[in-house]
Design a protein around this ligand. Structure first.
Ligand SMILES: [Zn+2]
Length: 296
């Protein structure tokens, strides 16, 4: 079981009333500490890191209004990157929450509230909505933040980026973006280089004109043998027909992509990890403080 699988399991059991629910942090030493971004809402204060069943020293807590990330090089991304690079964060969690006021505040309401505290419209940026990062759905906002983070050049490809929502009345977590399953995107240049390599290996088709539906004289097997990049499989039998040739090219492309496309990041390299300690007997710490934190 991986860290966030254990966290969700412990959280759900605790919310259901299981007093023994929790996890042994030492069992997940290679995935800790966790870097978490949450909203500034004070109702979250009592929930973290308890809702994740993590000890405070394994929890790096970033907060901003609406747990919003505005771009792959934003200020919050800078903090996430440094939390991983300098403070050793191994997994990232973007955690939104129910009843988020950033979500419920319209631009007009915001302008009125700002005016009430002496901030005039004329002194604000033109695009107030965009500048303050207002959003219409807590869930979509978390997914968007995960996308920005996963594709940021500042975040290492082996750092899982999770998206969660926490229910502010119960502390129950919902796991909406599984960072263990998300594949990193390749940089555009890398994609172009690989496509160029692949097309060069299919040099026999350079004269192929789609409009005329005519194939060159050379057979695919011969071409692949003369200009084969490392890892490219040589078709064993030349195709007997144009349709067969196309099928074979598609097969080569798929085979090449399967061999060269990066695998999803799961863990950091074991050789760089500290030795895993034996888990302590008692669950640490109590996972949830079952208090109703709603403000009347
Ligand atoms: Zn909020």
């Amino acid at each position: 079981m991986r860290l966030f699988e254990a966290i969700i399991d412990a959280n759900h059991r605790a919310v259901a009333g299981d007093a023994s629910a929790g996890l042994h942090p030492a069992e997940f030493a290679d995935a800790l500490p966790v870097v978490a971004l949450t909203c500034i809402d004070p109702r979250l204060n009592a929930f973290f890191p308890n809702a994740l069943a993590l000890p405070a020293e394994e929890f790096i807590w970033l907060r901003n209004a609406g747990n919003t990330i505005t771009g792959p090089l934003s200020s919050t991304m800078r903090s996430l990157a440094l939390a991983c690079a300098v403070k050793g964060g191994r997994e990232i969690a973007i955690i939104g929450h129910s009843d988020c006021q950033v979500c419920k505040t319209t631009t007009l309401m915001l302008l009125e509230k700002l005016k009430a505290i002496g901030v005039e419209r004329s002194r604000l940026p033109d695009n107030v909505n965009e500048f303050f990062g207002m959003f219409g759905s807590e869930r979509q906002n978390v997914i968007k933040a995960c996308d920005f983070t996963r594709n940021s050049p500042l975040i290492g490809p082996n750092i899982p980026v999770h998206g969660l929502l926490i229910e502010v009345e119960t502390g129950k977590l919902e796991w909406i973006v599984n960072g263990y399953e998300t594949k990193p995107l390749l940089p555009l240049k890398e994609v172009q280089a690989r496509v160029t390599d692949m097309m060069e290996s299919l040099g026999a088709f350079k004269d192929f004109a789609m409009g005329e539906m005519k194939f060159p004289e050379m057979k695919i097997g011969e071409a692949a043998t003369t200009s084969k990049p490392a890892g490219m499989a040589v078709p064993p039998v030349p195709p007997a027909s144009a349709a067969g040739a196309v099928e074979q090219v598609i097969g080569q492309v798929v085979s090449f992509a399967e061999k060269n496309w990066p695998k999803p990041p799961i863990r950091v390299q074991p050789s760089t990890l500290p030795p895993v300690k034996k888990p302590v007997k008692a669950p640490l710490p109590p996972p949830i403080r079952p208090r109703n934190l709603r403000r009347d």
